[in-house]
Write a protein that binds this ligand. Structure first.
Ligand code: AHR
Length: 654
């Protein structure tokens, strides 16, 4: 996260001894309350908006194995006027039975002839970086060469390499390309030079520089944005994608591990979900599968929180049910996932993990049963999972669904049922206008303190309306979320985890807005909401501190929100202060129980207008600014700028 130093803000927010401020914020630093879950603030990943293919998964070619229902989608035939040749899609004697289609390129040799891939709305390449090409190739006749050419958006050749000496069996051929220029809209062509015929499959192009430089790995800049947030957990793989519009199209983790060519391509439900945002070229390659997911969690110190299908397809679509007498297949999948993640390297599924390069366990401790399910059919399916897991894996915390709304009849029914089923964690979802989040900052103050705990598993303020394509990731939404999060934090005994949703969106291929992080083929934009999430996670603290707000005018109480935590290792008292309105707010802060103050910091996110957003061209319009903050007395005054979120870390010595 970029944090700018700003003298002007320092002056604006300068701490001074208590003078004539209005409202008083008292923090009982000597009465630490609930322990905050180290995994409190996490992220929700779903392959929506080109989040995986075309996003986090760094493969640059779309439909690399010709497995889309239109096998040449994403490809075009390159046949200059002098060329004489034929392209055909075949399935006989394929390279990989799970991905049976391949192309046969036959050329008379009169001119280069072949096909070119458009990438995911263009291939993003950088001058000075290397790109690894690979393809499975089988020679059929003649001795042609295969020219691999990277073209810029303007048609200029950025680099090329020739492959030759093909045999009559499938073999992997590789080349490294070094583009002469940076281009967000490059294309990759494979062209036969000379007379002959070749079979070609699994054509792939990856940046050499991926996250941790793993070959075939994840996009480094996108993972870095996640790592910088310090998320406590990663929920994966969604989202409705878990459910599928019908059960045959549900997410099945076993189809996402092992050699890439064994992972069957599946249509992505977001391909056709929204008539107003159709994305006909959206498919799941599962190159980012469950192994890569666990590895990502390990890399960035986040706990895994897989969500699996519970025998129900999306209830907004078919609502197809797996009959109860066939549910064991789904339960067994869940048990096998625990073994894949945690089992010894000699167990059946642990051995699969070890074969992929990770003999040790991934330490999975949580599992979601279904995504956004509701109704009696869900309760009976959840109950079966729960019975089995209580016996076989009591160490795994199960997450139960409560439907798509935070307050309707489906939600109330779910909570009643889940109480009697003694569920561990209930997954609440909420997409609503900013005012809802402000008005519900105290939602959990009155929740029962016994029984299931809350996982606020999907939430985001919607500037216009849920699923409106006009929603913007503006400051108003971010501040409303921050205000709501002060309430989650104050109630950390009840609310054990929370995640904003969705996480990623490609600016040229999204279905759902708002989203936490936007990308194009080369750039990453962090939204105001990202900065809020990140500041909460990086200033999580260990214990909730009681906060009292006095003498606040009613108008101010509708826009000013406060919470506080204690960071035990550093001794810092952390205050999160939201001013979601157009006037500044002068607060007198009183840290009861503090004797000695040391150096601290103040971090502020603000903008002149609540409508302000970050964009690819202006990525830092709303971003955190950090300055020193060292009050000399435990009573001090702070002025919160209009439209702002402030995190104060007050250093204390015991
Ligand atoms: O976050 C987008 C979608 O919203 C999720 O897939 C689903 O769980 C919810 O309805």
């Amino acid at each position: 996260m970029k944090i700018r130093q700003s003298l002007s803000l320092l002056l604006l927010l300068m701490a001074s001894p208590l003078a004539n401020a209005g409202a008083v914020v008292s923090v009982r630093t000597d009465q630490p309350g609930a322990r905050i879950n180290p995994a409190m603030w996490g992220v929700f990943f779903e392959d929506i908006n080109f989040g995986a293919d075309g996003g986090l998964y760094a493969e640059l070619l779309k439909n690399r194995g010709f497995e889309f229902p239109e096998p040449l989608m994403g490809w075009i035939k390159i046949s200059p006027s002098l060329a004489k040749g034929e392209l055909s899609v075949r399935t006989d004697a394929p390279f990989a039975p799970a991905n049976p289609h391949y192309v046969r390129i036959m050329s008379e040799g009169t001119a280069p002839f072949g096909l070119s891939n458009e990438g995911f709305r263009g291939i993003g390449v950088r001058q000075g970086e290397a790109y690894n090409f690979s393809a499975e190739i089988r020679g059929v006749s003649g001795t042609p060469k295969l020219s691999v050419r990277l073209y810029g958006g303007d048609g200029a050749v950025l680099d090329s390499a020739d492959l030759q000496n093909f045999t009559d069996t499938w073999q992997k051929y590789t080349a490294t390309l070094h583009p002469a220029d940076t281009d967000p809209k490059a294309r990759l062509a494979v062209l036969l030079i000379g007379k002959g015929t070749l079979d070609v499959d699994f054509v792939s192009l990856f940046p050499e520089h991926t996250w941790k430089d793993r070959p075939g790995g994840l996009r480094a800049d996108m993972v870095q944005a996640l790592a910088d947030m310090h998320p406590g957990f990663i929920r994966f793989p969604g989202g409705c994608i878990v459910e599928g519009s019908v059960l045959a199209r549900r997410y099945q983790w076993k189809n996402t591990i092992g050699p890439l060519e064994d992972r069957k391509v599946l249509i992505n439900r977001w391909n056709y979900e929204f008539v107003h945002r159709p994305t006909p070229d959206y498919f799941q390659s599962f190159g980012l599968g469950f192994y890569e997911y666990f590895q990502l969690c390990e890399d960035i110190g986040a706990q895994p929180l897989p969500i699996l299908n519970c025998g129900m397809a999306c209830q907004f679509n078919s609502g197809e049910l797996c009959p109860m007498d066939q549910l064991d297949v789904y339960i067994q999948d869940a048990l096998d996932l625990v073994e894949f993640a945690n089992g010894s390297a000699t167990s059946e599924w642990g051995a699969r993990r070890a074969a992929m390069g990770h003999p040790g366990p991934f330490h999975m401790t949580m599992l979601g049963v279904g995504n956004e399910q509701w109704g009696p059919q869900y309760m009976e399916r959840y109950a079966r999972f729960s019975e089995v897991f209580r016996v076989k894996h009591p160490e795994i915390t199960l997450v139960a669904a409560a439907g798509p709304s935070p307050s309707d009849q489906r939600f109330i029914y779910a909570w009643q049922q889940m109480r009697s089923l003694k569920a561990d964690l209930i997954d609440e979802h909420c997409y609503a206008e900013p005012r809802w989040f402000l008005d519900h900052a105290n939602r959990y103050d009155s929740y029962e303190r016994s029984g299931p705990r809350v996982f606020m598993g999907e939430y985001a303020a919607q500037s216009v309306a849920t699923v409106s394509p006009k929603n913007r990731n503006n400051l108003e939404c971010a501040l409303a979320e921050a205000a709501f999060m002060t309430g989650l934090e104050r109630n950390a005994d009840v609310v054990r985890m929370a995640s904003y949703a969705p996480l990623f969106a490609n600016t040229e291929a999204w279905q759902w807005t708002p989203d936490l992080i936007w990308v194009d083929s080369l750039r990453v934009v962090l939204t105001p909401s990202y900065h809020v999430q990140s500041l909460f996670a990086r200033n999580r603290g260990d214990r909730v501190l009681p906060v009292a707000l006095d003498s606040m005018a009613p108008e101010e109480a509708r826009r000013v929100y406060v919470s506080s935590v204690l960071d035990e290792s550093s001794g810092a008292v952390i205050l999160k202060l939201v001013n979601a309105g157009p006037r500044e707010s002068a607060l007198s802060v009183q840290l009861d129980g503090i004797r000695h103050l040391t150096k601290g910091t103040m971090t502020v996110i603000r903008a002149d207008s609540l409508g302000e957003v970050n964009s690819l061209d202006y990525p830092d319009r709303v971003s955190p600014t950090q300055s020193d903050f060292s009050p000399t007395d435990a009573k001090f005054e702070v002025t919160l700028p209009a439209n702002s979120f402030t995190v104060l870390r007050v250093g204390t010595a015991k």
